[in-house]
Write a protein that binds this ligand. Structure first.
Ligand code: ZN
Ligand code: ZN
Length: 364
């Protein structure tokens, strides 16, 4: 039941504005094209009304579409969950282990990060996903990952239908002429057959949908594997990165510290159950986390504070020597600058001559 409650939890239609963004528009278009073409082709190839196989094929197809959309909209509209404005740890002394977010006017709870796009501190933030135009975090980690699993599965089924339809249609045309189909090569033998013309345009559309389906299977399937790997270690993408930096920092300063990631409960199944539950709601409140033995509730946030202090020490002060308007691909600053576009989605910063900025370099 919880699964159904969670989708109704979005309080108002205001959230629908999330749909007006290139990510959801493209993602939903791909889902619509693949589903519609798969349904049309399924009807042509394996008529669903008379045979058991055809019915199962058709019902499975509809089922994929419903489950994919359900998890997609759940991930988008339920959202990651935010740290309450003004939040502070129960024990006031513990706030020394936490960073403070000036925008949210609250301490950053363990595992939370401030998302500039959402403009809130996001609980157990994984990343801001443009495809759902929302953050992936505590509350929608499961539905997001389920979407990443179901989309490739649905696409594989659809791709199979596209190939079979094109094959049977092409076989019929080559054998018996393009003008009429005399013999039924489809999996279902039935009589009478609905006459639906499969023209060149339908063939091209099936081929296009096949390309979309295979591309989606590869791209989204890879994301699913990455996501599953970190979930089984009870990590987020950001935390993998923090762990990397922790190792670098310890090596750089030769401090003999041993950094142990505190949220990995030691068993893959226990880690899995933290994200995936029968109720559809993740375990816990998103602010306090179960930790492995020998670790501290604030082990990770203390490491983050150390990294932040370290970053400040190693930052270099630069002075801007000319004005810069912050354009993504600046035309006036020479070929080198034009070609080295930043790899992040962060904007370039506009500067005026004489401005000072602090730049940090990597450790190596
Ligand atoms: Zn914040
Ligand atoms: Zn975000």
């Amino acid at each position: 039941m919880g699964m159904f409650c969670s989708i109704i939890r979005f309080e108002n239609l205001y959230e629908l504005k999330r749909l007006c963004h290139w990510g959801p528009i493209i993602a939903l278009s791909v889902i619509a094209i693949c589903s519609a073409m798969a349904i049309i082709d399924a009807v042509l190839w394996y008529w669903p009304l008379d045979t058991t196989g055809g019915s199962i094929n058709f019902i499975m197809l509809i089922n994929w579409t419903i489950m994919i959309l359900y998890n997609y909209f759940n991930a988008m509209f339920v959202g990651p969950g935010y740290v309450p404005i003004g939040w502070k740890p129960e024990n006031a002394q513990d706030s020394m282990y936490l960073q403070y977010c000036k925008i949210c006017q609250s301490y950053k709870a363990p595992r939370s990060h401030h998302c500039r796009k959402c403009n809130r501190c996001v609980m157990k933030m994984d990343h801001h996903c443009p495809w759902i135009n929302n953050c992936c975090g505590f509350q929608n980690h499961a539905s997001f990952t389920l979407f990443l699993l179901l989309a490739p599965l649905g696409c594989i089924h659809a791709a199979f239908i596209f190939v079979m339809t094109m094959y049977t249609q092409l076989y019929n045309r080559v054998s018996f002429g393009w003008s009429s189909v005399k013999i039924d090569m489809s999996a279902a033998r039935r009589d009478p057959r609905p006459i639906i013309p499969f023209e060149l345009s339908a063939f091209a559309a099936s081929l296009f949908a096949l390309g979309l389906a295979l591309g989606t299977t590869l791209a989204v399937g890879m994301l699913f594997v990455i996501q599953m790997k970190i979930i089984l270690r009870n990590k987020t993408s950001i935390e993998s990165w923090i762990e990397e930096k922790a190792k670098d920092r310890i090596q750089y300063y030769q401090t003999k510290e041993v950094f142990v990631f505190p949220y990995d409960l030691g068993s893959k199944w226990d880690n899995f159950k933290q994200v995936f539950t029968w109720s559809g709601n993740p375990d816990g409140d998103g602010l306090e986390w179960p930790i492995r033995e020998g670790c501290h509730q604030y082990s990770l946030t203390i490491e983050q504070l150390k990294q932040k202090a370290d970053k400040r020490v190693r930052s270099v002060r630069y002075q801007a020597i000319e004005d810069y308007n912050g354009a993504f691909c600046p035309v006036t600053k020479g070929v080198r600058t034009f070609c080295t576009t930043p790899c992040t989605e962060e904007p370039r910063i506009a500067l005026h001559k004489g401005d000072h900025i602090l730049a940090t370099r990597g450790l190596n």
